[in-house]
Design a protein around this ligand. Sequence first.
Ligand SMILES: Cc1ncc(COP(=O)(O)O)c(C=O)c1O
Length: 396
Amino acid sequence: MEYIISDRLQGVKGSIIRELFKLMKDPNIISFGGGNPSAETFPVEDIARITSEAFEKNPIGMLQYGLSEGYDPLRETMKAHLTKNEGFDFTDNELFIVSGGQQAADLTAKVFLNEADVIITEEPSFIGCMNTFRSYNAKLVGVPMRPDGMDIDKLEAALKANPDAKLLYIIPNFQNPTGYTTSAEKRKAIYKLARQYGVMILEDNPYGEIRFAGNPIPAIKTLDTDGRVVYAGSFSKTMAPAFRLGFIVFNRALIPRMTVAKQCTDVHSTVLFQHICHEYMTTRDYKGHIAQTCELYGKKAALMLGEMKKRFHKGVVFNKPEGGLFVMAFLPEGMDSTPFVEEGIRRGVATIPGVAFVVDQSRPNNGFRLNYSTPTDEQIVRGVEILGKLTHEYLG
Ligand SMILES: Cc1ncc(COP(=O)(O)O)c(C=O)c1O
């Protein structure tokens, strides 16, 4: 059978990262390639207990269809959490529970995008959401990332050059893949430009709670006075990614559209896991759990960055992330990191080449992403030593 694949999926290549997942099964490979949370952070016993209690007390409730908007107690808990801790205002906004941050991007695309619409994205950016946008036949336009967020002049130039742009895609905290955080000034500037040029913003914040240094910066959503910001959050890094749970915050005027989009996609997110999330957040030490997660990642990041500083050739530059799971290192301008990454894998250390995270994947890219949440301390030391040696061979 010769299948005729839709135009929408023709141009979407599989994620290089998910391909690399296969390599990680080789026990001899030290993987800095993934983006998984550390297994140490999963509150396994509490989750097991809450699950068995749920089936004792309300088995039918756990197995029956749920509401498309999400499990009400969890929605209310999240709204209170975001109001208290992040300064959100739900007078004009609503929150739905969705099946991961990835689905928040998918629903936003489904609600707003027409064929060939332009999305302006940070570059590099998260491959999963870029592929979601590609699957809607959107045209991606990249704006280079700086350590304090998008290059604002280049953003304005992109908005001028694409007057019909629909959406601006921003990962404000500990961005995937760079680890960069957008400054308060740039968040204001981005919102102002979005208003001026009439584009929506998708603010994707799966890592915001995983801050181990510096001070939190208010979300762009808290600046939103005209309902142009859709905000996405995730339970993947704070609870467990296999729950496939996240949330989306948007102006109330969009409730009917978001409801239909969710219904068309998967009807509702898993009731059992929503119940577990809610119970965990309201009856266990959620704050302590997040603090422990941040402490663990802070230690791992410090170890990796310290080793990189010691072992990497001085021509390789990188910044210090204040949270999240990643750091991106850059070979000198003009060099291509893909052969470097391939040689690293041959020598037993996996990283992800920068080309995976850009709009035009045919152009060479000098960055490579390292993850510090999953490797052990010994693997971090050994893996950076191997990569460090390679940087010296490459840069002489
Ligand atoms: C920036 C960004 N957005 C969204 C997601 C998707 O997360 P989820 O597991 O909640 O679908 C990820 C996951 O790595 C991510 O890095």
